[in-house]
Design a protein around this ligand. Structure first.
Ligand code: URA
Length: 434
C-alpha cells in the first residue's frame, strides 16, 4: 500500500477498506508515515468525512495501538462519562464522584486543555501532589478502593490517539465528526466499560457549533458503542456561554468543591446531576432514571459526593484539604476587572472567546508542549439574562504574568453582548440520543 494513493482516494471522496485504515493508523503509530502525509490524510477526512465502517476500523486500530484494560477484577458496574469539550466544563469532577458515591465504578480516561477548551487532567493537576500518570495496577487499585480513578491517554492506552490528536490540533483538523468520534470512542472502548454517558457540547464554545452536527456526532458515538455491546446515552448540551462562573484550572476546582457542597451555580449543578443520574441508571444501580436522579441529588445533599472526590484526590497523591481551604491551591497574584460599557441585559457571553482569553493568560496551551499556569483564569460575575448597570463588573481576569493580559482583556470585553431587552432563556439540555 502507498500512503499517497490512500490520501488521493480519500481526497476524492472514496471509502477506504478497514485494512487500508488499519494500515494507515498502524504505520503512522510506528513512525513509518511522516506527519506531513498523515496531516494531508486528516485534512481529506475533514473535508470528505468517513463512513461508519471507516470510523469503526479507525476505532479498532487506535485501540490496538495499546492495551485493552480488563477491569473484571474490580466488582461493580464500570461506567464513564465523557464530554466533547467545552469552556468552564467541570461536570466530570462532579458527576463522577456522585455516581461513585451511589455505587458505580468510574474508570475515567480524561484529556488535557487544548485550544479554547479545558481538560480534566489539568484541573486535577492544579491540586498539589495529584498524579494522573498512574500505572495500570495503581489505577485498578484506586478504582477498587474509592470507586473513582482518573488517568490520561498514555503509552499503554490508545497511544495512537495521543499522536493523532496532537497532529490534528496543529493542523486544524480537530473539528471533524468522524475524527472526534474515533478519538473519544477508542479511548472509552479500551477501558473495559459496561456503560458510557456522553456529553456532546454544542454552541459557540464547543467544537460542534450547530445542533445538526452535534446530533450526528452523538449518533455516531452511540452507534459505535452499541456495536461494541457498550450501553451508551448522549446528552446534547448548550455551550454558548461558559458553564458555571469559573474558567481556569484551580478556579474550577474551587467551583467543583462549592457545587459538591450544594452551593454551586445552577447550570453546572443541573447538568452534573443529570449526567450522574444517567451513569447510575446505565450502571443498573436503580430500575428507573427518575430513581437515579433522586439518588444523585441525595448524594449531593448528604455530602457523600464531596467526600468521594476527597477520597480519590488522596488516593492519587493529592491534598484533599484543598477542597476546604482554597488558599492551598495555586493562587493568582493579580486580578483585573472587566466592566460593562453600558447598562442593559447580558444577551450573550461567547464561550470560545472567554476560553481563548483564559488560555492566553496561561490556563491553556497553544501547543501540546506548553505548560499550564494552574492559578489563572476568568471568573464571570454575570450570566446570560442578568441585568447589569453601566460600569458594573462583568468578570475578573486572574493572572500571574502581564504578558498577554491586555490582549486577553480585549477579547473578554468583546465576548459580552449587552442588549436593551432580556434574551429568551435557552434550554441547557437540548436532546438525548441513545
Ligand atoms: N476529545 C477527545 O478526546 N478527542 C477529540 O477529538 C475531541 C475531544
Amino acid at each position: 500500500m502507498r500512503t499517497v494513493d490512500l490520501i488521493q482516494r480519500k481526497r476524492n471522496g472514496e471509502e477506504l477498506s478497514p485494512e487500508e485504515i488499519t494500515w494507515l493508523v498502524e504505520s503512522y503509530s510506528r513512525g513509518e508515515i511522516p506527519d506531513y502525509q498523515m496531516s494531508a490524510f486528516l485534512m481529506a477526512v475533514y473535508f470528505q468525512a468517513m463512513t461508519d465502517h471507516e470510523v469503526g476500523a479507525m476505532v479498532e486500530s487506535i485501540i490496538a495501538s495499546g492495551e485493552r484494560l480488563d477491569l473484571s477484577s474490580v466488582p461493580g458496574p464500570k461506567v464513564d462519562k465523557h464530554s466533547t469539550g467545552g469552556v468552564g466544563d467541570k461536570t466530570s469532577l462532579i458527576a463522577a464522584p456522585l455516581a461513585a458515591a451511589a455505587g458505580v465504578k468510574v474508570p475515567m480516561i480524561s484529556g488535557r486543555a487544548l485550544g479554547h477548551t479545558g481538560g480534566t487532567l489539568d484541573k486535577l493537576e492544579s491540586i498539589p501532589g495529584f498524579r494522573t500518570n498512574l500505572s495500570i495496577d495503581e489505577f485498578k487499585d484506586v478504582l477498587s478502593r474509592t470507586g473513582y480513578a482518573v488517568v490520561g491517554q498514555s503509552d499503554n492506552i490508545t497511544p495512537a490517539d495521543g499522536k493523532l490528536y496532537a497532529l490534528r490540533d496543529a493542523t486544524g483538523t480537530v473539528e471533524s465528526t468522524a475524527l472526534i468520534a474515533a478519538s473519544i470512542m477508542s479511548k472509552k472502548l479500551a477501558m473495559g466499560l459496561d456503560a458510557l454517558v456522553l456529553d456532546v457540547k454544542v454552541g459557540a464554545g464547543a467544537f460542534m457549533k450547530r445542533q445538526i452536527d452535534a446530533r450526528r456526532l452523538a449518533q455516531l458515538m452511540t452507534t459505535i458503542a452499541r456495536r461494541a455491546d457498550l450501553r451508551a446515552q448522549a446528552l446534547i448540551t448548550d455551550m454558548n456561554q461558559p458553564l458555571g462562573y469559573a474558567i481556569g484550572n484551580a478556579l474550577e476546582i474551587m467551583e467543583v468543591s462549592q457545587t459538591l457542597q450544594g452551593a454551586g451555580p445552577d447550570d453546572l449543578a443541573i447538568i452534573s446531576i443529570e449526567l450522574a443520574a444517567r451513569m447510575i441508571f446505565l450502571g443498573k444501580i436503580t430500575a428507573t432514571l427518575e430513581e437515579a436522579r433522586e439518588l444523585a441529588q441525595n448524594k449531593l445533599i448528604d455530602g457523600s459526593g464531596f467526600r468521594k472526590l476527597k477520597e480519590t484526590i488522596a488516593a492519587q497523591g493529592g491534598n484533599p484539604q484543598v477542597l476546604d481551604r482554597f488558599e492551598l491551591l495555586p493562587n493568582a497574584t493579580g486580578a483585573m476587572e472587566i466592566t460593562s460599557p453600558r447598562g442593559g441585559y447580558v444577551s450573550a457571553i461567547d464561550a470560545e472567546e472567554i476560553g481563548l482569553a483564559s488560555a492566553m493568560i496561561g490556563a491553556g496551551r497553544d501547543t501540546k508542549e506548553d505548560t499550564i499556569d494552574p492559578a489563572v483564569g476568568v471568573i464571570l460575575e454575570v450570566k446570560v439574562g442578568q441585568k447589569i448597570d453601566a460600569g458594573g463588573v462583568l468578570c475578573r481576569l486572574y493572572f500571574t504574568k502581564e504578558d498577554r493580559l491586555q490582549e486577553a482583556a480585549e477579547r473578554v470585553e468583546d465576548a459580552f453582548r449587552i442588549s436593551a431587552t432580556a434574551p429568551e432563556p435557552r434550554e441547557l439540555i437540548l436532546e438525548v440520543v441513545s
